[in-house]
Design a protein around this ligand. Structure first.
Ligand SMILES: [Cu+2]
Length: 200
């Protein structure tokens, strides 16, 4: 009887603490992010964010479809987390996949225009960014510019194929899980991040 009860408790415990993302290969010490600067021109280091849960995404400001979708979901996640009073317990970080166009100034402007005022945007030279993409398993393929027809107008679009995902890092600097989709499941992510914030 005691044994059965113990198993039930164990199962309940496990379910309560189960994460919703993809956990293969994790937890893994998050590789340091070197030689990138923020939209404010400050050197970035993961060490300065220790104690916070980090939500990292990868994209570029002129992305026509994927990034606007991901950032919109992230905005919802932010709203929900802030409603729970967790505003200072986590940080959303956007790492560019476009070293050509996403300069510090451009990221700053994008952040202001889109109202992502509490997020950190990172850029750097191609070499430094490439290292980060590799370390965080982000595929990036610069396709240059593509002409696209919109009715009888032709518009030039900046096209970069890139992995659409978020990486979640816990308070101790370990990658815990990833969500590999542009359609982020808001409630599940909020639940996971809250859990990671409240974890000892
Ligand atoms: Cu994109």
């Amino acid at each position: 009887m005691v044994k059965i009860l113990l198993i039930v408790i164990l199962i309940l415990f496990k379910t309560t603490f189960a994460l919703h993302g993809s956990i293969k290969g994790f937890p893994k010490k998050a590789p340091e992010i070197n030689n990138l600067i923020t939209e404010e021109g400050k050197q970035f280091s993961l060490k300065n964010l220790k104690g916070k849960v980090l939500i990292i995404t990868y994209g570029y400001t002129s992305c026509p479809h994927v990034c606007p979708t991901i950032t919109a979901f992230l905005k919802n996640i932010e709203t929900e987390l802030n409603k729970k009073g967790l505003k200072n317990k986590y940080k959303i970080i956007f790492i560019t996949v476009d070293p050509k166009l996403d300069t510090q100034e451009k990221l700053k402007k994008y952040k202001q225009e889109k109202g992502f005022k509490d997020w950190i945007f990172l850029t750097g030279d191609k070499k430094a960014l490439k290292k980060v993409w590799e370390n965080y398993d982000v595929f990036v393929q610069d396709k240059g510019f593509m002409q696209m027809k919109h009715g009888n107008m032709t518009m030039k679009h900046r096209m970069i194929n890139h992995t659409a995902k978020i990486t979640i890092i816990d308070k101790n600097g370990y990658i815990i899980e990833e969500f590999k989709t542009m359609y982020l499941p808001v409630d599940e992510i909020v639940e996971d991040v809250e859990k990671l914030i409240k974890e000892n």
